[in-house]
Design a protein around this ligand. Structure first.
Ligand SMILES: Cc1cc2nc3c(=O)[nH]c(=O)nc-3n(C[C@H](O)[C@H](O)[C@H](O)COP(=O)(O)O)c2cc1C
Length: 418
């Protein structure tokens, strides 16, 4: 028999300690977000559909992105036991400098479209967290303004080699003069991928007012208020505007870029040279022979060639082949600190977040990016402790099993005579 009693008011008081109400709605929203998916949901409510879809979407059927995220979900962790993990060190070295966390902010174009604070929020948050920030050639904040937003931290510049080579070379020199220590040379964009959501939304830069955009703006007044009361949205480094994102990219990109361009950039820039968008072992080997400092295994977040290889699956073989010659890093699909831990365990020296950063930015500007970094940091620290690993360098392949749904059928079987 359970014994019962009548509760006394004295016993109830300690149970009724309600949390103090935070009158700052933005802070309330952000602190209630526990995952990057939560930030994405806030971002979706607060950003016009065309801008949200431009960020959230990928190319064609969006299969590359879905597969990359699935690959991370299919990680099985193998923890050790009974090791002292009372403190965890998440810091690491990458491209000749420190980073407090094993991830940095990937380059993204049109960032002030997502939120008016744009790259200034990203660079400021990265500086505060002690991680690198990468500015895109298609950024909406200048090289010098990024430097001002993150004066003591590490800034990197992502370079598209354009039809007018001179523009690219001048940007490289400007980045070098502003103390940017690393250049990402993006090579997966000979032409723009087919971002079907943008076409369906009639998305263009600058945004056009149509009946649909106006209807969509009604529940999102703050975005429009910011948009209309701050300097016009344009590329900080390029003069070309007008048209869909694909049209703009196609105007700027040069499908004829090749390994010769890599050599020119190498000669122009004395910092670290990293090639972004490597998608097979042979290219990785070739780049190692050419003496580049690092590569980013990436399919551009699934925004270019759809059905491209999943970078996380490429990782172990690439690390085996070139891991001693250059620094192998990775992006595409990272939505959780555990994805980062799994990548490090399989040999990635470093990782980058694209959308995870932008979801935070759209959810709450600078404070939103801070929240993204905080969420990922918590997840990294928790995952490391539960794996019983106290330093990034202790993570090893034995900690991760990649459960694979997709197994390639060997090409030999396809071409063999009947
Ligand atoms: C909205 C958006 C714009 C991007 N713009 C660029 C760019 O200008 N240059 C570039 O090299 N990569 C660009 N990327 C790709 C990112 O640098 C990165 O490779 C990708 O976002 C990683 O995938 P994730 O979004 O799943 O983290 C962009 C990605 C997004 C989402």
């Amino acid at each position: 028999m359970v014994q019962r009693q009548i509760p006394k008011p004295r016993d109830l008081a300690p149970l009724m300690q309600f949390k103090k109400f935070d009158f700052n709605a933005s802070r309330r929203r952000l602190s209630a977000a526990l995952t990057i998916e939560d930030l994405r949901a806030i971002a979706k409510r607060r950003t016009p559909k065309a801008a949200f879809d431009y960020t959230d979407g990928a190319a064609e059927g969006e299969l590359s992105l879905a597969r990359a995220r699935q690959a991370f979900e299919d990680v099985e962790f193998n923890p050790s036991i009974l090791r002292d993990v009372s403190t965890v060190d998440t810091s690491t070295e990458i491209f000749g400098g420190p980073s407090a966390l094993p991830f940095g902010i990937a380059p993204t174009g049109f960032t002030r479209l997502m939120h008016t604070e744009g790259e200034v929020a990203g660079a400021g948050a990265a500086g505060a967290a002690g991680i690198p920030f990468t500015l895109s050639t298609l950024g909406t904040t200048s090289i010098e303004e990024v430097k001002a937003a993150n004066p003591h931290g590490r800034n990197w510049f992502q370079l598209y080699v354009m039809k007018d080579r001179q523009i690219s070379y001048e940007l490289t020199e400007r980045a070098s003069a502003a103390g940017f220590d690393t250049i990402f040379f993006t090579v997966d964009t000979p032409i723009a991928g087919a971002r079907l959501r943008d076409k369906r939304n009639g998305f263009s830069i600058p945004p056009q007012l149509t009946i649909n955009t106006i209807l969509n703006a009604i529940p999102r007044p703050w975005w429009w208020y910011d948009f209309l009361t701050t300097p016009p949205l344009e590329f900080a480094s390029l003069t070309s505007t007008g048209g869909t994102v694909g049209e703009l990219l196609d105007k700027a990109m040069d499908p004829s870029i090749n390994f010769e361009d890599l050599k020119t950039i190498r000669e122009l820039f004395s910092g670290k040279l990293v090639v972004k968008g490597v998608q097979n072992v042979e290219d990785a080997k070739k780049l190692a022979d050419l003496g580049v400092d690092g590569i980013v295994l990436s399919n551009h977040g699934g925004r270019q060639l759809d059905r491209a290889p999943v970078p996380f699956y490429l990782l172990p073989e690439v690390v085996r082949e070139v891991g001693n010659d250059l620094e192998v890093t990775l992006d595409t699909g990272i939505m959780n600190g555990a994805d980062i831990v799994a990548s490090l365990a399989l040999g990635a020296k470093f990782t980058y977040i694209g959308r995870a950063y932008l979801y935070g930015l759209m959810a709450g500007g600078r404070a939103g990016v801070d929240r993204t970094i905080e969420i990922l940091t918590d997840q990294i620290v928790r995952t490391m402790k539960l794996l019983e690993v106290s330093e990034v360098g202790e993570l090893e392949p034995k900690h991760v099993t990649q459960l694979r749904r997709l197994q390639p059928r060997s090409t030999a079987a396809v071409t063999a005579p009947h």
